[in-house]
Each structure stands twice: as C-alpha cells, then as structure tokens.
Design a protein around this ligand. Sequence first.
Ligand code: JFZ
Length: 500
Amino acid sequence: MKGITIRLGFGLLFAMLAVNSPAQWTGAKKKPQTLKDIKYGPITPAHRTDAQMSAFRNYGLGQFIHWGLYAIPGNEWNGVSARGGAAASEWIRSWGGPTAPKDWKKTYDNLYRQFNPRQFDAVKWAQQAKAMGARYMIFTTKHHDGFALWPTRYSDYNISKTPYKKDVVKQVVDAYTAAGIDVFLYFSVLEWNNPDYLSKAPQTPEEHKRFDRFLQYTRNQLLELVTNYPQIKGLWFDGTWDASWKSAYDFTYKLEKELREKHPGLIIGSRFRNDEFGARHFDSNGRLLGDYEQGWERKMPGSFDWLDGNDWDCVMTIPPNGWGYMKDWSGIYTKTTDDLLEMLMRCRSMNGNFVLNFGPDGNGNMRPEEDRIASEMGEWVKQNAPAVYESRHSDLPASGYGYFTEKDSVLYLTVFNRPVNNIARIAIPRSSKQVPVSATLLQNGSGLEVKHADIGLDLDKNTYYDIVLPASFQTERAFVIRIGLGAPAKKADRLMDAKM
Ligand code: JFZ
C-alpha cells in the first residue's frame, strides 16, 4: 500500500516538474540571453491600468471554492480512505491500486445521479465570504472530472442531469455579485473522462480530428460561460499542462483574443496558454502570458524582487494539500487562523492577493472549521483593513517583526514577532526623505511613542526609529502599527567619521 502511495506521489511530482519548470517559482526571474521571434506572446499589455486590474490589485483577500462530485465521497469510499489518506480529495477519481474500490471510475462517473445538495445556499456562502473580508472569489465550474456545475449545452455531464437540477454557477455568481464580491470562474481544460481528450500532442489524422473536436467544445463552453454570466471578472484556468493543449497554441491564442473581445476587461492569469515554443506562464522571452502570475499555488515568492513588478495571487489550502471536501481531517496539520493571517500579510507586503480555499461537503455545507477560520480572519481583517486592502509594497528594508504595507505616506507594520523589550525598531535608509513621525495601534487608535535612535553603526546605510509598545498592550494575534511618515526633524549634528 505504501509503495503505491509513493509511486503515485512521484508520478504526480514528475508530472508537475515536467510541465512547470519550477525555476520560475524559486527565485528571481531568469531573462533569456537571446530573444526569439515570438508570434504567440502576450495579448494584453504588461501591467494593465484599467479599472478591472486596479480592482484586482486591491482585492487583498479572496475565497476559492472547490465543489463538485468529489464532495460526495470526501476522499473516502465505504470507510476506506483514498490513496492511503493522501490529500487532493478532488483527485479521488484517479484512485487506483489494491485499495481502490472495484470499478471505481465507473462508480465515480455515476456520482452525478446522487448529487443533491439540499443545504446548498449560495447566499449563505457569500455572507460568510463577506464576513471574512473576501473581495473576490474563484469558483470551480468544472474540475478535471469534466462535470459541469452549470447546464452546459455542450455536454450531458452537467448539473441539469442530477437530482438537484438547478444551475449552481448562476446561484454562486448572483449571490457573490450581490454581496459585492467579484467572481472569477475556475475552469479545467483537461478532462479525465472525455473520449475526445488526449494528453499527448495529436499526431494521426484521427487524433487531430478528435482533439480539434475537444478544442471546439472547450471554446463553446468558455463562450457559454462568459455569455451566461456576464458579471464575472475573470477566468481561472487549470489543467493546461498537457502536450495536447500546448500544441494548440494557435487555437488558444485566438481563443484568448475572442474571450477578451466578448468580455472587455476580463482578467486571465498566466496558466491559460503557452507560446509556440511551449513556454508556459512566461513566453520564451520572459514576458508574462496573461494579466497576472498564476503559479503561486501553495507557495509564495521568497522576496518581492522575484516578481518583477507583476501582479499575482497565492491560492492556499487549509490542509497541507487538497482542495475538495475531505471528510477526515484527523492526522493532518491544518493551518490555523494565525498561520493564514501571516500568509495573507506576507502576500500583501509583496502586492499579492491571498486566496483561501474552501471545500464544501456534498450537502452544500462548509465545514465547521472553515466557518470558524472565516469568522476569525474576518474579525482581524476588519480591525486592520487599511493594512490589508489598497495599501502596497513598501521599499523599506524588511522587518523581522512582520510585514510592511504602505499607502500615501502611511506605513503599516503587521507585527507577528513582538520584540521582547517592547521596542519596535524600524530601519530607515539615511537617504530617505520620509521617516516615522507618529505611530498608533491600528486596532484601537491609541498613540505610541516614536523616538529617533541613531545607534551609530559605522557604514550603516540606515538610521532607526523606535516605536514603544506599552507593556499593558497585549493581544492574542498579530497587530498592526500605523506609522505616519513625514520629513525628519532637524538633522542631528553628524557624528565625526573616524579615519582608517
Ligand atoms: C490544480 C488541480 O490539479 C488541483 O486539483 C486544484 O484544483 C488546484 C487549484 O489546481 O493543481 C495544481 C496545478 C498547478 C500547480 C499545482 C497544483 N502548480 O503550478 O504548481
């Protein structure tokens, strides 16, 4: 059993490595030495400045929802845990080996006959997301199993054939839009059970015919989504790593253009298509394909300069991995509210959005742990909103206490590591025209003392400002210091430089 888990794990790992050179996500971007002549590069300009992209930059916090037929088994079947409890419950259809139920794929492909989420209430979900402070959400219209949660005209494998019947996507789009939360639709190109799909590049005329049919089907579904749900702000693509899709660069280039024409302002991440040389996310000349970096999946940039100024979001699970509902969370580490707030502010300090995933069960209920995390995060985010939304990366030297964000001469320091002496020392480049002149606690507005501390380190490029935290101020979670920046007070007499 163990051997199988390991083999599967490696298979997946290799698949990921092969499709997505990890280099793009593990350091500063490498620019190619020689430039290629590229016909299928970016369609939209880098750093779009329209209203939709401006809104994207200020979303701050988002909600991802993975919901589909996989919510019914919840990563187990007849009490047997799929793949030895391995995560990624939304992948349960690919369960194989001796622990897999007999005819498992057939069983899975018939789950739609039981899909009847009696407690599903999109308005309730949207209220929860609102209370969490999410400003956008991403919803799975169709995952790798190919099952559509909207009544698509282009496949029978869809919600209208279930006992539930009603259009789930419409309810989600309407409820979230009404709550003032922008909606992005997740769409997996890859389909496990579509006979027209193939993973390798089509070669024979028969394969071409089949895959062309699949491409047309994909185009039809996407045009259908932007037509049916005109309120959506973006499409979040997945399952675009196979050689078949990569070989269709001419088709996908035209399709991206077509979708953008049909839906002005549409936001598409870097995971939709590749150039004619097979380069994904970034074309062969290193230019971002799409409007934002879409590769920060359960990972974050090590530092701001890795991003090259690109927009990005980080999508994150509460369990280590696994996006769909998983009945049994025992025996795995699940992230705490504090873990998630730390990730949120780490993302914000580098201009990224943080998108937290929820996996509702087969009845349409969020799990109690998700409810609790959403309300705890919401409480914190509400108190500290100016540090989370609208504010941007600060160029100040990083602080070991936590993360900086900045807006209009106001600096926010979210403190996760409180100094034991209660003095938060802020390093400011000596050349800086703006220095801390005032400080308050964002959560209650109480003023904090600010002192200049020229500690006189030789060759130090920085000077220091000390913010004094009252010992009586105690918090359970991270807290934000709001720091007003202004012109430095009269310059102190320079210390004499020693000769050496
Ligand atoms: C994909 C899906 O396979 C998964 O089920 C889930 O929907 C997730 C959001 O997306 O998984 C991926 C895709 C890409 C990477 C990692 C996991 N990646 O680029 O690192």
